[in-house]
Design a protein around this ligand. Structure first.
Ligand SMILES: Cc1ncc(COP(=O)(O)O)c(C=O)c1O
Length: 361
């Protein structure tokens, strides 16, 4: 079939296994999914109510400018409305960035272990992908990222906190990276897990947006806000880049229900606080208990913990599936001896620990 040859460079994304598929394949009921870093508490009830109400407008096209939501985001982040671009998930914003900034003559730089969508976006437009070595803890290294940048680099993608490793770059390192990049290289700082990063030296890139026109920070409603199924995220950057990104964005991609849910979720501070509290309590407990059974547990700044396994991670994944628990083996992300576990509800975490202890003895 005649097609663009660079599409063959794309490795299809491997999502976490859906609950329904595991129930079907293994004849199980009440499967626990700790595989895709979703919110264990689910969406805000207020967001669900708003989404239900929005259904009555289904015959009409949604507001392509996302006027009300952008207004609320501008207020929240204390930045002008012209600094915001919406996407059907933050991964949509990465694709828009690739369309606007990349082409077959230039390249994008990523770290060895990072979120796979950056590679998909880069290869989709035929740009070269340059891979920087990870740092000592497997996370991003500013020195290695800078070493991978060359005169043809137009984009550096950094997830902070990082998925799958769970590490983060402190504010000083983010600023050192920004200071060292030439203005024609855009730093895409993906803050999908921002709400869970509570280390004192973690600083959001939004602090730097005013000073560095070559920075875009992305955020999502998929994680702390529990709206992964609605597909809604955004980028924050200088208006000139927002203008370009909006030109390639399909106008009605965000539905009434997604917009309404996101607006309501933003106002539900109680649900967000509850979500953060769950992670703050359960994340260290899970990490401590995993460390009793697994050879290496990585410190996690997101709503998940990654750990080295004493057997091929894929085998452990299948053994857990048979016990009705879905986790993520990290072979597809370059770490065949590691698994990633989303922090769940206390009962779910206990069930996982029990299953692991049964398997590992
Ligand atoms: C680092 C990172 N960025 C972005 C995303 C995608 O988020 P969204 O649902 O907003 O596309 C994820 C989802 O797993 C992620 O781990």
């Amino acid at each position: 079939m005649p097609s663009n040859p660079h599409i063959f460079a794309i490795r299809p994304y491997q999502p976490g296994k859906p609950i329904e598929e595991v129930e079907r394949e293994y004849g199980l009921h009440s499967v626990i999914k700790l595989a895709s870093n979703e919110n264990a508490l689910g969406p805000s009830p207020k967001a669900l109510l708003a989404a239900q109400k929005a259904l009555t407008r289904s015959a009409l096209y949604p507001d392509s400018t996302a006027f009300t939501l952008v207004q609320k985001l501008a207020e929240k982040h204390k930045l002008p409305e012209d600094h915001f671009v919406m996407g059907t998930g933050s991964d949509h914003v990465f694709m828009l960035l690739a369309l606007v900034l990349l082409n077959p003559a230039v390249n994008a730089v990523i770290s060895e272990y990072t979120f796979p969508t950056y590679a998909i976006a880069t290869h989709s437009v035929g740009a070269e992908l340059r891979i920087a070595r990870a740092g000592p803890g497997l996370g991003h290294s500013v020195d290695h990222l800078l070493a991978a940048v060359d005169p043809s680099t137009r984009v550096v993608f950094v997830d902070n906190p990082n998925n799958p490793v769970g590490s983060y770059l402190p504010g000083g390192e983010v600023e050192r990276l920004l200071r060292s990049l030439s203005p024609d290289v855009t730093l895409v700082l993906d803050e999908a897990y921002f709400e869970f990063a509570n280390a004192p030296d973690y600083v959001s890139g939004l602090e730097y947006v005013g000073r560095y026109p070559n920075l875009i920070v992305t955020r999502t409603f998929s994680k702390a806000y529990g709206l992964a199924g609605f597909r809604i995220g955004y980028g924050v950057t200088q208006p000139a880049l927002v203008d370009l990104l909006k030109r390639v964005r399909l106008p009605f991609s965000l539905s009434h229900v997604a917009l309404a849910a996101a607006e309501a979720a933003l106002s539900d501070h109680a649900h967000l606080n509850k979500t953060r509290a769950l992670i703050e309590t359960e994340r260290p407990l899970l990490a401590q208990n995993l460390a009793r059974m697994l050879p290496q547990v990585l410190p996690g700044a997101g709503n998940f913990i990654s750990a080295r396994t004493p057997m091929p991670a894929q085998d452990l994944f299948v053994m857990l599936l048979k016990r009705g628990i879905i986790i993520r083996p990290l072979g597809a992300m370059g770490l065949p001896d590691f698994i990633r576990i989303t922090v769940g509800l206390p009962d779910e975490n206990q069930a996982l620990l029990k299953a692991l202890s049964d398997i590992l003895g």
